[in-house]
Design a protein around this ligand. Structure first.
Ligand SMILES: NC(=O)C1=CN([C@@H]2O[C@H](COP(=O)(O)OP(=O)(O)OC[C@H]3O[C@@H](n4cnc5c(N)ncnc54)[C@H](OP(=O)(O)O)[C@@H]3O)[C@@H](O)[C@H]2O)C=CC1
Ligand SMILES: O=C(O)C1=N[C@H](C(=O)O)C[C@H](O)C1
Length: 273
């Protein structure tokens, strides 16, 4: 049995992950962590998310270390916000607990700290901005296209629901990183976030990144490569968060095989590195 603690357990992703784990016969939820000021403190997480009691109470994040020590999970899954996820990684790594992190919006400094904590704790960690199988194949396709079309203009567009807190999406930033690396560019130098005013002609080097927030869009990513007289577009649309949840379940089953002390991603889980 894989013992799983879920951080962000009452959120859009966390609640679906808790629900799915209760339906799998090789894993169980042993802790449910929420924001420090959660109104659900002490309530059964199953009751809170509408699936009936599962015998696991919601714990606020200021008691994270204690609940990890007492509930003894094999893995902590984190779908929260960047600051909270950095804390989850720090505490879990110190306790030798493996990690599956889907949270996005990390700064460069936060990513460095996460890498250091995972290394020092020698834990296994799968961290990916998008757990959907299709998106991770989309990343592979983008890498190939960028190599085949190095002089085409690239624009990355993403659309998400109005509640999303970070922008651009972690997936769009990963696409920027992949295309930049494949074409020998520095993403910090070539990225242009939105455009406004008398900005002049577009340079061939730049990569535009554009974020739409509206309604209940689950998650769309479009990358276009435009040349003379043609353009090629690669599109991934998530219809349901179940696409991400299925990736999390695969990551939970894979994690024992991950290399300790370094960050693995969904390419490792899916065997498409
Ligand atoms: N990798 C992937 O495949 C995917 C990644 N994501 C990413 O996952 C993250 C969460 O998304 P989503 O579920 O939509 O967001 P939600 O806001 O619905 O869920 C986040 C949950 O975390 C809680 N939370 C806030 N602070 C803490 C804390 N310190 N400790 C524990 N829990 C905390 C929030 O509580 P409160 O509401 O009270 O603040 C909320 O319940 C985002 O970064 C998103 O980009 C999303 C989908 C797929
Ligand atoms: O916040 C979301 O909803 C999503 N976030 C991830 C991201 O930032 O890339 C993945 C997915 O698109 C949904």
């Amino acid at each position: 049995m894989i013992r799983v603690a879920v951080s962000g357990a009452c959120g859009r992703m966390g609640s679906r992950i808790v629900k799915r784990i209760t339906k799998e016969n090789d894993m169980e939820v042993v802790a449910a962590i929420e924001a420090p000021n959660t109104p659900f403190k002490g309530k059964d997480v199953g009751e809170v998310i509408g699936i009936g009691s599962i015998g696991v109470k919601v714990t606020p994040a200021d008691e994270l270390e204690d609940i990890l020590k007492t509930s003894k999970p094999d893995v902590v899954v984190d779908f929260t916000i960047a600051d909270a996820a950095v804390n989850t990684v720090e505490k879990a790594s110190k306790l030798g607990i493996n990690l599956v992190v889907g949270t996005t919006g990390f700064s460069t400094e936060q990513l460095e700290k996460i890498g250091k904590d995972v290394k020092e704790g020698n834990v296994k960690a799968i961290i990916a901005p998008n757990m959907a199988v299709g998106v991770n194949v989309f990343f592979k396709v983008l890498e190939e296209l960028a190599k085949f079309l190095p002089d085409y203009n690239v624009e990355i567009m993403e659309a998400h629901h109005k509640h999303k807190k970070d922008a651009p999406s972690g997936t769009a930033l990963k696409a920027l990183e992949i295309i930049s690396a494949a074409t020998g560019r520095d993403p910090d130098e070539v990225s242009v976030y939105g455009r406004k005013g008398l900005i002049g002609e577009r340079s061939d080097d730049e990569i535009g990144v554009h974020a739409i927030r509206a309604g209940d869009i689950v998650g769309d990513h479009i990358v276009l490569f435009a040349g003379e007289g043609e353009r090629l577009e690669v599109i991934h649309r998530a219809h349901s968060r179940e696409a991400f949840v299925s990736g999390v379940i695969r990551a939970l089953r894979f994690i024992e095989k991950a290399e300790p002390g370094r960050i693995s991603d969904m390419k490792d889980v899916l065997g498409i590195r």
